[in-house]
Ligand binder design. Structure first.
Ligand code: LLP
Length: 392
């Protein structure tokens, strides 16, 4: 049915028939990511938890659950969505600095594998609620390793000055406190240093920190059954056709080679972006092409409400005109903008496109992560729809 693929790999028949704006997911790319990840896990004690915040679309979640990944969750509603999609509760982790009582109860009622605990007040509340519910909460402490991931300031999380995790200096004391509690079971340590990390150096530094901590706790006779190194693997936003997926092997090898895991320990990961970014594009139609004194604007029916990353982080996504004809045409500089009443509603400035006209279909690429999941209804706009391409 979907046999006519554009040169960027889109099934154009269905793209042309669908109301814009919408997210187009290429499920083959998603499955390739999942297969590569599962191959890396063969013969090595590791478990990858998909960070649902990157994309919680139920079809995407089901596909990922069917490949046997776990789920990394940050809200009660994400826990419910993961259960619905078929993830098994013992392979769920629940992170976040502000877990509310009902969210903790939700996690406990499903018997999730791990609460990643970020503070002492949270530890006490989890213990109390578990007591009330006559159950035991599995926990790991999220440690703030004070490592700069050299990524955007809004998505770096592992430095001492941000709100995430427990500082290393107080970890001994916090672990001692946890061991006194009756309704928590301390399973391990958790780390996450940031997102869209494109070099392995920050991860090597993280491994050094973890190795030191493991030596330190060995000496105290404290053993952890799991070490969770979080997520953050970056993708190539500049070349979506050539590199829809990151180099998973180099990423996992970095940990396999640099981390001194103890016998019986399992290595946990929480990857979001690297799994789903490449499979998704936001498809939009050109409403008008408008010329001002110095610029030509391509005005789309998609805006920052559909994909906020360019407006919020100045993020770059490749913009492609899917209907402007063949290669070899002259390219023109356009500012590609949305219709929302905000000056920041810009997808790309001075973007080179072939001659673009009203009605053309535009793809904004690498939008599968933090695209649909961050959509809003500002200006009372409709939320974007989604379609799934399953062809080979
Ligand atoms: N684990 C924890 C504790 C996290 O906070 C995050 C992401 C992840 C795992 C997954 O990270 P990933 O593998 O996707 O990099 N909205 C931003 C990204 C925010 C990331 C928040 N935390 C963006 O659009 O770039």
């Amino acid at each position: 049915m979907y046999n006519r693929l554009s040169r960027h790999g889109f099934a154009m028949d269905v793209v042309k028939q669908t109301d814009t704006p919408f997210y187009y997911y290429d499920m083959d790319i998603l499955r390739r990511a999942l297969d590569q990840i599962n191959r890396q896990g063969e013969g090595f004690p590791m478990k990858v938890h998909y960070a649902v915040k990157a994309n919680g679309n139920p079809v995407i979640l089901k596909e990922i659950a069917s490949h046997d990944l776990g789920a990394d969750l940050v809200s009660g509603n994400e826990i419910e969505a993961a259960v619905q999609a078929g993830f098994s509760p013992q392979d769920m982790t629940f992170s976040g600095v502000g877990k509310t009582d009902w969210e903790i109860r939700t996690g406990l009622s499903y018997g999730i594998g791990c609460f990643n605990v970020e503070s002492v007040p949270e530890l006490d509340v989890i213990n109390e609620i578990a007591h009330e519910m006559d159950t035991i909460a599995n926990i790991a402490f999220r440690v703030n390793p004070d490592i700069d991931a050299h990524t955007h300031k809004y998505i770096t999380t592992g430095t001492a000055d941000n709100k995430f995790g427990i500082n290393i200096e107080v970890l001994d004391q916090v672990i001692a406190q946890a061991m006194e509690l009756t309704h928590v079971n301390l399973r391990g340590l958790h780390f996450h240093i940031g997102s869209q990390i494109t070099t392995m150096q920050p991860y090597r530094l993280l491994c050094l920190t973890i190795n030191d901590l493991l030596d330190h706790y060995d000496q105290q006779g404290i053993h952890f059954e799991l070490i969770n190194v979080g997520g953050g693997l970056g993708i190539d936003y500049d070349h979506p056709d050539e590199h829809p997926l990151p180099d998973f092997k180099t990423y996992f090898d970095t940990f396999k080679h640099s981390l001194n895991l103890r016998a019986g320990q399992t290595l946990h990961f929480e990857l979001g972006r690297s799994i789903v970014a490449g499979c998704g594009s936001l498809i939009s139609r050109v409403v008008f092409v408008k010329e001002s004194r110095n610029k030509k604007f391509v005005i789309l029916d998609a805006g920052m409400t559909d994909l906020i990353r360019p407006a919020l982080y100045g993020a770059h996504h490749e913009v492609q005109n899917l209907t402007a004809g063949d290669d070899g045409q002259a390219l023109h500089p356009y500012d590609v903008v949305g219709p929302v009443c905000e000056s920041s509603d810009v997808f790309a400035s001075d973007c080179l496109l072939p001659l673009t006209r009203r009605g053309d279909l535009i793809a904004i690429r690498s939008a599968g992560a933090y695209g649909e999941s961050m959509a809003s209804r500002y200006n009372m706009r409709r939320l974007p729809g989604s379609i799934f391409h399953n062809g080979k």
